[in-house]
Design a protein around this ligand. Sequence first.
Ligand code: BG6
Length: 495
Amino acid sequence: RPGDPCAFVVFGGMGDLTKRKLLPSLYNLRANGLLPRDFAIICVARRDLDDAAYREWATRSLREFATRPVEDALWAEYVERIHYVKGDLEDPGTFERLGAALAHAREKHGTAGNAIFYLAVPPDEFGSTVRGLGASGLAREDGGWRRVVIEKPFGRDLESAQALNRELVSILREEQVYRIDHYLGKETVQNILVFRFANGVFEPIWNRRYVDHVQITVAEDIGVEGRGDYYESAGALRDIVQNHIFQLLTLVAMEPPSTLAAEAVRNEKVKVLDAIRTMSPEDVLRDAVRGQYGEGYIGGKKVPGYRQEPKVSPTSQTETFAAGKLLVENWRWAGVPFYVRAGKRLARRDTQITIQFRRPPLLLFQDAGLESIDPNRLDILIQPEEAICLSIKAKRPGAAIQLVPVKLDFSYKDFGSVPPATGYERLLHDVMIGDSTLFHRADMVESSWRIVTPVLDVWATLPARDFPNYAAGTWGPSGAQELLARDGRRWADPE
Ligand code: BG6
């Protein structure tokens, strides 16, 4: 069903996120009939423009970044609903003008007083924007609902995340806050719950008795792409592990929720995070690995090292690779390690979850090459390939018993062609209908920082003398291989 009538307010209305993701996603929702009929977009930015000039900018941006051909008639009707408010977010006058624009949208476009405030601004402006909403009364729900969408990074350690959460709850109710994680908008990520809980065959073996270990990889072949200044203060652990990887981990490890209601699902997810053992400094030194890329080759092309990227210090200590071994200490998973890794400029783009099962109890086929064949393994491929693949063994045809690995797989391609999307569509629509299942809750964010902060603390006190320690285009530093080799295991690198 289409979203509820509302005004969609974007703070940071001329930023990268707005042009690359938000405008194309809203257009896709419109094309799929999922935007409310009574709808308006209000963009807030510093530049001195009027509605007409902003609409021109938005049209140009959409033509550049749309994921489907832009239909003139559809866009013409849509662009009329876009309005512009100029202003600085520190200035109360901006919020006054925004209030007037919202009243106008209510009258002209029938938005019923409902509003979504999307904070597409740098993290140091989150606080002032929310304070502005509070002081101006725009966050009050006395004539329609008000929801606030916050982008990552949500804090930079446990303390700052708690401070931000405190600031938010002093102005908003938790139900009004939507902390967005674009990984949860991906089809293949949403499919994890369906795969686990709509099929009866996997759940009985989804535990410590049958699973040897779990791996989660988010590998990128791109570098920092001109975002050196942001990345210098983030690093791989904050950029990918604390949010995206932990979300994947909770989906794999959570208990079945009693219903699919937002709170039921999020309660189960946070229980998984709470069960992850906090690492001591010794654990960090042993079980966490960091890396930084030096120059190398990607697709046959020479690329510079991280320290040579624009806006990066030539002596940078920022990690562009992080790996670690996590222990989920609950009844289902005790003793089953979860190995996670994320990195830039790795051999190829690949986001994948691997569930490695235990070997069969009896080696009946010792003479048939079993030693050389891995035990059963389930790969959930998230991107760029979207598939689920179970590796089993079969007998090669012939008189002798010879075992070969074969794959049972399902690929998203089998569904036929789906129009490309940005991945934000589902999430934006969820905000419009008030479904917060796929968004981080305050306690989830704090729990994930509790896990990550001790690692950051140890790394901050010990300089990484071996940086750069992996060449662009490889699978990261040797320490990452050793982390698994020590346990007699290895990463399931894609073939
Ligand atoms: C973002 C990170 O959250 O995710 C980026 O800030 C990263 O550094 C991106 O490149 C990866 O997203 P995706 O959807 O391409 O895997």
